[in-house]
Design a protein around this ligand. Structure first.
Ligand code: XUL
Length: 528
């Protein structure tokens, strides 16, 4: 019986899932989550993000991520009760786009970790930048334009890398760092993604970026899976020498380093390259062929699907990333996801049950009341000056507010995913809020498609563990299809399936036009 460990470094927490695979017997045997704010309060993050005076800046601490990884490995070793000698491979999932800046000393420290001392104590002088920019950052508008101009425009950059320049993508963030802090950039020996940084700590070596997460940088040639020289030149001087190699998502980068075997008794299991949380979620929700779409309701809300060719979004709103299967995936990301739902819940002193009851007590369509839920700067559509707009009601009306935020999120997802051209009959729903049936009903009605939650809630972490399993089998020289990899793990919880209501879907079809019109009007005002 083999064990596989998947880790997930998301915005707010570090999670672990261990799978047991024995022929057709497959089950999750361990699951745990550690919230950064709770287990590492000394770093001062709120919901995993460091405080900042500038609302456009969002950063976190790479040191905190390393400490949380160390804590989680201790928990898996000491509290899971599993016979870890059966652990064959480990992989992981990281919040996308965020970057980690290492010095030469940092690379040396990673290669020589001492099992006798805590990991984080060995990272003194390891970073040329103590605060890592993360996906919630929108402070690089000027850098985005400069990069697009240098490669021949937004459409040219999208054709090359899969996306026009986006503020949170790694390339624009690197450009900002290199131009504003040239001395610190000069001291930077390696720039990793969150995923490849944590993978490097596990392997005790400088580990490649996988081509799925690499596509979220505005730096990779999407079709070839190689660094795109024109994009690198448009971003920062001598960037090629500062980036790790790119590798296919099932690459075994090495073995768990002596730090993990010596300190916690792990076996030298295969250390598989990590990937981004959305690519991992693609696998963890079983969307490994066309015709299925996932909506993930996490810190960000994302909608994604599988693609068998690298077609890009002509409207410029969406992205195309690599998929862990070696093909591609489409994605649209909304920053005002769970934090917006929580803001409304908290503003009215509700818990999630009361939130669901408020949804149930209000009519679909909300009697024409509409909200644009831009509590934070928004990614889709791009909104830099946050501000919630309410039409036909005010913030004091709790029930209307609850329905308005959920309807707005679902309508925006429907409108901004049209370019994917996906015929949706079933939506696989994942993330914390997918357990809320009232929210799933709005999703089903807006899309006119059934919404089904999955048995395992943390699909990114599950996907990471499944990728460890896949890489282990492939590295032994055996072929294995993705349906076989995911069988028994990504089953939709059909007893919780929510069917769309035809009459309600008709109400939302009309409302879609009104919502799009309100959104367009607000964007015009913002650009004035
Ligand atoms: C995707 C994105 C977010 C982060 C969240 O493009 O920015 O979904 O990956 O962790």
């Amino acid at each position: 019986m083999a064990l596989y460990l998947g880790l997930d470094a998301s915005t707010q927490s570090l999670s672990a899932i261990v799978l047991e695979v024995d022929g057709a017997t497959r089950r999750v045997v361990f699951e745990r989550s550690l919230a950064f704010d709770v287990v590492a309060p000394g770093y001062g993050t709120r919901h995993g993000v460091l405080p900042s005076d500038d609302p456009l800046v969002a950063e976190s601490s790479p040191r905190m991520w390393a400490e949380a990884l160390d804590r989680m490995m201790a928990v898996v070793a000491r509290e899971s009760g599993l016979d870890l000698s059966r652990l064959r491979a480990v992989s992981g999932s990281g919040q996308q786009h965020g970057s980690v800046y290492l010095t030469v000393e940092g690379l040396r420290a990673i290669a020589g970790l001492d099992a006798g001392r805590p990991l984080v104590d060995q990272l003194a002088g390891a970073f040329s930048r103590e605060r890592s920019p993360i996906w919630m950052d929108s402070s690089t508008v000027a850098e985005c334009r400069a990069i697009e101009d240098a490669v021949g425009g937004a459409a040219a950059l999208a054709r090359l890398t899969g996306s026009r320049a986006f503020e949170r993508f790694t390339g624009p963030q690197i450009r900002k760092f290199a131009t504003r802090h040239p001395e610190a950039y000069a001291r930077t020996a390696r720039i990793h993604l969150v995923s490849s940084f944590l993978a490097s700590l596990l392997a005790g070596a400088d580990t490649p970026i996988d081509t799925a997460d690499g596509a979220g940088m505005n730096l990779m040639d999407l079709a070839r899976g190689e660094w795109a020289a024109a994009a690198l030149a448009a971003t920062a001087p001598d960037l090629a020498s500062r980036l790790p190699a790119l590798a296919r998502p099932w690459t075994v980068a090495g073995r768990l380093a002596p730090y993990w075997t010596g300190r916690y008794g792990f076996p030298p299991a295969k250390a598989v390259v990590w990937s981004g949380d959305n690519p991992c979620s693609l696998v963890g929700t079983g969307v490994t062929r066309p015709g299925r779409v996932t909506i993930s309701l996490g810190t960000s809300d994302t909608l994604f699907g599988y693609l068998d060719a690298p077609r890009v979004d002509p409207s410029g709103a969406g992205h195309v990333f690599g998929a862990p299967t070696g093909e591609w995936m489409t994605l649209v990301c909304f920053k005002n996801g769970s934090l917006a739902r929580e803001r409304v819940r908290d503003a009215h002193g509700l818990d999630w049950d009361a939130f669901a009851r408020a949804l149930g007590a209000t009519p679909p369509g909300n009697g024409g009341r509409i909200m644009l839920p831009w509590f934070e700067p928004e990614i889709t559509p791009p909104v830099l000056a946050p501000g919630v707009r309410r039409y036909g009601f005010d913030a004091a009306d709790a029930a209307a507010d609850v329905r308005a935020v959920v309807e707005a999120q679902m309508l925006a997802m429907k409108i901004h995913s049209r370019w994917m051209g996906a015929r949706v009959d079933t939506i696989h729903a994942t993330g914390g809020a997918s357990a809320n049936r009232a929210i799933l009903q709005v999703m089903a009605d807006v899309f006119g498609a059934a919404a089904v939650p999955l048995e395992v809630g943390n699909s990114a972490c599950l996907g990471a563990a499944l990728r460890a399993y896949h890489a282990d089998v492939v590295s032994e020289g055996h072929a294995i299809g993705w349906d076989e990899v995911t069988a028994g793990f990504v089953e939709p919880a059909n007893r919780h399936r929510v069917a769309p209501d035809r009459a309600t879907s008709a109400v939302y079809a009309g409302m879609e036009r009104d919502y799009a019109a309100r959104e367009a009007e607000a964007l015009r005002e913002e650009s004035r």
